[in-house]
Design a protein around this ligand. Sequence first.
Ligand code: AKG
Ligand code: FE2
Length: 330
Amino acid sequence: MAINELDSICRQLYFHLLKGRLRKRTRDDLGISIANLLESSIQFTDSNNFITDDVDHTIIELIKERGYVYLENLLSDEDIEALKTYFHFKQLEYSIKGEKSHGLFHKIPKEVGSAYYSQTDIQLCPIFYKIAHNPWLISIAENYLGAPPTIGTIASWWTFQSEEVSVNQLFHHDRDDFRALKLFVYLTDVDENNGAHVYVEKSHEYDILKRYANSKFSDNIKLENLFWQWVEKHRKKDVEIETFFDKSMIKTHVGKQGTTFFEDTRGFHKGSPLLKGKRWLFQMLYTLVPVVPFSVSQEYKLVKRSDVQGYSNILLNDKVKFSTRMYYVD
Ligand SMILES: O=C(O)CCC(=O)C(=O)O
Ligand SMILES: [Fe+2]
């Protein structure tokens, strides 16, 4: 089957089934079937078609077991300085009371809670390009998801202290795909007060959550039923999370600039509302189904690899080209 036919079938499955119409158990099961379908259907001419074995399996095991893993920093302090220089004169998009606007970093009005760099500026940024084309990251995502992944989103944004709490600052589970893995890179130092990302360990996979629920609610069937109903709610209050999960399972990711982690955002998570300061983040989502660019509102277009400064001559294998095909062409 041609890849574009397969993409189209998967995209239809996604739109019809994923968004709130199926219970977690079914969504997770379907994810495994879709991964198997893709793994056996996608052919690469120049590289091994099967899942590569060049990643440290403790990384994969940690994501499977608890939903996230820290990686060695992908970016040095010098890289982050270079990013600051690259983005210095780039426009940020933000909204105030639903009204969209844009401007340079230093001109952003005080009440703004989050501001996003444009998709094209992100795609053309050589440092982000390099991360998107990193075969090791693609390999981790492939091993975890069970099939060659597609990069579904590449994003970079600032969050600020604001009276308005954004939807991402409430606990939720992502429904970007049946299976997906998100890479987070902090581009500023992050602590509990300036927007740390928070994650509920072991809430990502139905089987793991079931094991947890069995032991937690073993003597209270009513509460267990309530828990499973609540699991299906898209957004959740802090107090609900704290009622259903032990404190030790609620992980706050703090760290210096450059801190890098992978997370399965089917698990419950949020960005903490900021009490002070600001946070700058780079994020990429690896999905099975190439759906995300078609479901986001921000305009985006394919970028020619030769238009990215400094990286046009690097030899890429078919798998890397496949994974980045929603954003880059030769
Ligand atoms: O800003 C954050 O840390 C949370 C973002 C989020 O919910 C997501 O990327 O899925
Ligand atoms: Fe999210």
